[in-house]
Design a protein around this ligand. Sequence first.
Ligand SMILES: NC(=O)c1ccc[n+]([C@@H]2O[C@H](COP(=O)([O-])OP(=O)(O)OC[C@H]3O[C@@H](n4cnc5c(N)ncnc54)[C@H](OP(=O)(O)O)[C@@H]3O)[C@@H](O)[C@H]2O)c1
Length: 163
Amino acid sequence: MKILIIGGGNMGLTYGRSFVRSHITSRLDLRLLARSPERVPALALHDIGTVWGHPSECVPGADLLILAVKPQDSPALFESLRGLVQPQQVVLSIMAGVRIDTLREALGTPKIIRAMPNLPAQIGMGMTAFTSTDAVTRAEPGTGAEPAQHHRQDGVRGGRIGY
Ligand SMILES: NC(=O)c1ccc[n+]([C@@H]2O[C@H](COP(=O)([O-])OP(=O)(O)OC[C@H]3O[C@@H](n4cnc5c(N)ncnc54)[C@H](OP(=O)(O)O)[C@@H]3O)[C@@H](O)[C@H]2O)c1
């Protein structure tokens, strides 16, 4: 599965490391988007996947896009993604306080998952509740057995909990 993580901070890197460690994806198939081309080298030092500086270089071809920037950075991010996200791509946002309707409208795409990880995710011991639009089925990447897996040591899995 080709995963693009947008926002290589605490949570983005936590997810990225977990996906590679759990073989949910490989370094070759994991992409990280930096805020700007100037920030690519610093992010590349983490050696988790390929690092890109422009959305147009890495959004096409990704199966799953994970939005892990601070909520206050979301308007600029949405602007930079405008017209790039395709209807078949699944977008998973972990941004606190950014509603599904806002994401759907800003990105113009139907398959949206919103999840709320918590701090124990950083040591692989948390769980993540998630909710999604109806366009997301259980077969989509990001809905359970894949990216949620690294949060599942306690046997609890995310699920559609209404939005
Ligand atoms: N930390 C938690 O425990 C936790 C729990 C649940 C949810 N969340 C949510 O997770 C999200 C990320 O939190 P965090 O703690 O990981 O924040 P963080 O450490 O500040 O990381 C955010 C990253 O996003 C990057 N960024 C900003 N705008 C970007 C853009 N347009 N394109 C690409 N990258 C961009 C920043 O790059 P620069 O370094 O270049 O500025 C930074 O590396 C937040 O929305 C938060 O609500 C966090």
